[in-house]
Design a protein around this ligand. Structure first.
Ligand code: CO8
Length: 713
């Protein structure tokens, strides 16, 4: 047998098929499944073979169907129904083989990989095995029998949890649930052959014929009702988890065959939905952002084994936690003992909450706290590999800190600023080594948010960039490289987005109506509530610093500045756009409505009824238009990078793929036309970005633009 995506060998009467796409974690492509079925059918017809084993490598049995191919129309049809030759699909064929098949699993058995293991008659596993049905993360659900076999093997409640929640279980948990037949220590292939011998001549019971774990109708009804409720609350807007629950429900109500048909129908509906297309875009974009054309993978990265953080406030403390959580010791500096103690206490309180919530154990926290060395002087920075500045957002204090870092840190140490808006080159100018200076913009709360915007200055060296990109992974963050413009990518786009939210209120929309429209769109929070959370005074101070750059005659929002003048800074002062109780619960504040109406009347702004769809267009298209400018100016490498920034730093709904993907999905000609209308109504702030205009006129998408740019690089 001469195969490419699998390797075959025989050991006595046992045929072993080794899945062989290690670089794709054995993702199950059409070609691989075709070869696998052919090999199994040959052994089925071979009198010398009594049993078969399917095995992967140490890292992966199979991490699912090949996501790259999955949306190809022929893929689902071929693998679900028509392969081989209309006989019910590849997984069905594996399950129907008339000799025992053993799945020998180490590493990932996910999605179609987990379903392949379950289609076998037995599953044995190494201790590092992970079983899961994470299809919902790519907008679909199990489609190769997972929703029908899993409840028969492990019971309905856990099957629903795995199919609708997507979280994998360890080998040990899988064993205790009854998913696997034996845990194997040592060589897995040898264990599989021994297992095959041990079951020779014994009758094999097919999972499809089992029903003892399917539960009573009443038990199941309660499980499904609770699960649907939880999805609506915790996975708001996602369609696939609900479809997965429907499919598991079918397993409890229909014969196996019919249940599989229901599953196949729901799977295909999900797979070809806009949500799945968006989430598959997210899956590949998250991996794509690591690729930087002029900083190849081989660029040597500097070791980062010890860091210093300047400033122990909310950001500095959060950043220190990120590093110690990754096992990297931190020297934490502040200006005086009182500030330092306040910072350390905040860190301790954050950890205490995590212990209370069961996220960390006390001993884990104690070990982390041991790694933080509080200091008052830069002298302790002499041996750190990287120093991160997280002081007050203003050019003067940042420059002072960088001059100190230049003096105190050893040559070659990375000097990073957590600035969210300021010019990295100007900051670097305060040092004698701009090549070592870079922006590392963490998002608040730093220990929670996954995004790290890595800001490249004019002179930042490639080694320093490579170091920060690799470091982001080690810290559990997703690093996205951006250029040095005001606000970089995320905050530069956030400006117009929040500007429009304010304009809408000034034109007559209710504060809550603006936020609700965007939450309904899928955002984690509305723009005005976000302002209250972050502190309205932050933007107010920055606007004051840049007021001289505002173009005369161009409309600027005023409501938020006026609220700040009244001391309404948001949650921290219990009043902002909303009013807050002692538990930080927000409620509408009639005083704000009265104030804004008065200010708008004074400014002569006509008041009108504004629909939810107008609110969404204004805010979301403001993001898209600015994103298109950023892309064309080269401050983001790809439209996909902008999407990843918005998904991981700004609560944009993943199932819409990010603002640029969302615009592609709506259609750029339609988006462009709407922006032209807004320009007519609201003036030059809505001038369409030239790139958007061009792509719309050429009938292209941002995704196609990304591909073109990649090809040209
Ligand atoms: N398909 C295609 N490529 C994959 C897949 C996959 N399922 N899984 C991983 N890869 C690729 C990655 O893209 C990456 O490629 P590259 O190096 O070119 O960027 C390479 O394998 C290594 O992967 P990672 O960098 O992601 O490795 P990590 O160690 O960081 O992460 C994970 C490992 C957690 C397993 C991660 O790869 C992952 O989440 N994979 C996807 C898991 C998943 O969602 N599986 C379900 C897919 S949908 C499905 O199976 C539907 C079945 C329906 C069957 C019916 C068909 C008709």
């Amino acid at each position: 047998m001469n195969y490419h995506d699998i390797l075959c060998e025989t050991r006595g009467p046992v045929g072993i098929a080794i899945l062989n796409r290690p670089h794709q974690l054995n993702a199950l492509s059409t070609a691989l499944m075709r070869e696998l079925v052919q090999a199994l059918e040959q052994w089925e017809a071979d009198d010398q073979i009594g049993a078969m084993v399917i095995i992967g490598n140490d890292k992966a049995f199979a991490a699912g169907a090949d996501i790259k191919e999955m949306q190809d129309q022929t893929f689902a049809a071929l693998l679900l129904r028509d392969f081989p030759e209309g006989r019910g699909g590849a997984w069905t064929r594996v399950a129907a083989v008339r000799k025992p098949i053993i799945a020998a699993v180490s590493g990932y058995a996910l999605g179609g990989g987990c379903e392949l293991a379950m289609a076998c008659d037995f599953i044995i596993a190494a201790d590092n095995a992970k079983f899961g049905q994470p299809e919902i993360t790519v907008g679909t659900m199990p489609g190769a029998g997972g929703t029908q076999r899993l409840p028969r093997l492990i019971g309905v409640a856990k099957a629903v949890e795995m199919c609708a929640g997507g979280k994998p279980v360890s080998a040990r948990e899988a064993a205790s649930l009854g998913l696997i037949d034996q845990l194997i220590e040592g060589d897995l292939a040898a264990g599989a052959v021994a297992f095959a011998r041990s079951i020779a001549e014994k009758p094999v019971s097919k999972t499809r014929d089992r029903s003892e774990k399917l539960g009573s109708a009443a038990e199941c009804a309660a499980i499904f009702a609770t699960a649907r409720d939880s999805v609506r609350k915790k996975q708001r807007g996602l369609l696939a988890p609900l479809a997965a629950i429907d499919a598991v429900e079918a397993a409890t109500q229909l014969p196996f065959e019919e249940g599989c048909q229901t599953e196949a129908r729901l799977f295909t509906e999900c797979l070809f939905s806009d949500q799945s297309k968006a989430l598959i875009h997210v899956f590949f974009s998250e991996r794509e952002v690591a690729k930087i054309p002029d900083v190849p993978k081989e660029t040597p990265a500097l070791p980062v084994n010890r860091v210093a953080v300047v400033g122990s406030g909310t950001m500095g403390g959060g950043i220190a936690m990120v590093f110690v959580n990754a096992g990297i010791p931190v020297v934490l500096k502040d200006v005086d003992q009182a500030a330092l103690e306040m910072g350390l206490n905040r860190i301790k309180r954050n950890y205490a909450t995590s212990v209370q919530r069961g996220r960390f154990t006390q001993s884990y926290v104690d070990e982390r706290l041991e790694l933080i060395k509080p200091v008052l002087s830069y002298d302790a920075f002499f041996d750190v590999d990287m120093a991160l500045e997280a002081v007050f957002e203003g050019m003067a204090p940042k420059k002072t800190v960088f001059a100190e870092l230049d003096r105190a840190c050893r040559p070659g140490a990375v000097l990073a600023s957590n600035t969210s808006t300021l010019n990295i080159d100007e900051i670097a100018g305060a040092t004698s080594r701009p090549e070592s200076v870079i922006g590392t913009h963490f998002f608040s709360p730093a220990n929670v948010m996954r995004l790290l915007e890595i800001v490249r200055g004019k002179k930042t060296s490639k080694e320093v960039i490579a170091t920060c990109m690799q470091l982001s992974k080690k810290l559990g963050k997703i690093g996205v490289l951006v250029g040095n413009c005001r606000g970089f990518v995320g905050n530069r786009m956030f400006g117009p987005y929040r500007r429009e939210a304010q304009f809408l209120v000034e034109e007559g929309a209710d504060v809550a109506a603006v936020d609700e429209a965007l939450v309904e769109f899928g955002n984690a929070m509305g723009p005005l509530a976000t302002g209250d959370l972050a502190g309205l005074d932050v933007g107010w101070r920055i606007r004051k610093e840049y007021r001289h750059l505002e173009k005369p005659g161009v409309r600027q929002p005023f409501a938020e500045d006026r609220l700040c003048e009244l001391g309404r800074y948001g949650q921290k002062t219990m009043k902002g756009w909303y009013q807050y109780d002692e538990n930080r619960r927000a409620s509408a504040d009639p005083e704000v409505t009265t104030l804004v109406r008065t200010w708008s009347a004074e400014a002569g702004i006509p008041q009108r009824q504004i629909s939810a769809s107008d609110i969404v267009d204004r805010c979301i298209y403001a993001l898209v238009n600015e994103g298109a400018r950023i892309l064309e100016e080269g401050y983001a490498l790809r439209a996909a990078d902008i999407d990843i920034i918005y998904l991981n730093g700004y609560g944009f709904p993943a199932y819409r793929g990010g603002p640029m993907w969302h615009a592609d999905t709506v259609g750029l000609p339609k988006v462009y036309q709407r922006i032209c209308e807004l320009q007519l109504q609201h003036g030059e702030l809505w001038t369409p970005a030239p790139l958007l205009k061009r792509l719309a006129e050429e009938g292209k998408t941002f995704a196609e633009y990304d591909k073109q740019q990649l090809a040209a690089a």
